[in-house]
Design a protein. Sequence first.
Length: 476
Amino acid sequence: MVNLVNLENTIFYLFAPFILFIFSLIVAIVGLFKKYLVAKILSYISLLLALITSIYFLSYSSALFLFNGKIIIDKFSLIVWIALIIGAFFSLSSMENDLISREAFPLLLLSLSLALIAIISRDLLILFLAVEGSILPTYALVAQFKKEPFSLEATVKYFIFGILATLLFAYGITVIFGNLGSTSFAIISDKIPNSNLLLSVLGFILIILSLGIKSTLVPLHTWAIDTYQGAPTSITVFLSTTSKILGISVIALLITGPFSGLYKFTTIYYILVAFALLTLVVPNIAALIQRDLKRLLAYSSIAHAGYMSLIFVFPFQTIYILGYYLITYSIAKSVSFMVVKIISGEGSYSSYDSLRGLFKSNPLIAFAFSISLLSLAGIPPFAGFMAKFLLFLSTALSSSVGISLALIALIMSGVSVYYYVIVIRFASSKSLGNGNEKLLNLSFEKYLFLILSIVLLIVLTFFPNYFFVSIPIISP
């Protein structure tokens, strides 16, 4: 017999992913009748309801446990939810009718719904199904312009690496289950000390490699550059924020939760250090020679995965800053790609020359774009500066290795200032670039999101403590 009270509570607690899933179906049906404006409004309503619900649950003093601890909604989960939803908001606002008619809205909502489920999962099997279910709609999103050769190449690369990541994750779960006899986070954490440690380490490494592909950690990032460039720019907004944040957050969840007992083993530690070091250096150096905006921002996105990966190396000293970093990154990166979409459309190519005269033709767009880049670079007084400052400081205070990595991260952040400033200089030039004369007729929603981003990237600088998270809870 179904306990209706428990069922009602479950629906209430899972309202955010539930409402996104329901609205994805409704929006898909509305799209069949070519009511694209209605579909977009419904999509905004679902995202807004999910965001309000996430913020509301932050007021709860304790975590919420569902299905015998298989699902746990704690402050870590809710902060990550907010970062995920922000990225989806900006992606949605960037889309025009050419993508709306291709069912992009319901696919985006479905992907986000499952991403939210993944973050609150406390069982490897549920986590696997949610993560892979979230990635699946993005294959169709990336392939929206499959008739274009470069877009087709990007789609194929994304699909091949996606399949590889899925197989690695599935094999890792198989090894863990065969060794420990369970996929529950709580049971895994209890059994690891008395298990065959070699098999536990092997299974965990396979899962980390899978999530490393999704998070674009170097050298597992090779698919990302072409995919970010070849995908429609509105979809790149989603991939570079929501999809990346999902991968980063799940790794953080695993290394501070069920597999925290393996952290003391040097194999795991050095793999994480290598990921962090390579992901800090390689994309920042490669970005210096780029002359295409989408490609530059793609390398920039990967570089930020490197900054975030400092949290993997010293999780218990730095995990508290992850939520704040993800939110500031989600806003700044979304705005940067959104402006590229405004200037160059959904296509694969966007030259620096298209930025010329942007401050003259539309100061608001140029101002928002500049603030987003300065925030990504870590320049005060913007939120990205505070996020990097707290992260680098926590890393440096953790150990001697932390001091070295924090210093490298600081140097690479300085390198990023150089290529961001070059882009801003193009925008401040007096001559007009191609297409800039069209920028004066932007929709109200785009102006609204640009203004909100400016305000948030300034205001959030002074309130980082509101988004600090604790170690994720893995059992009641």
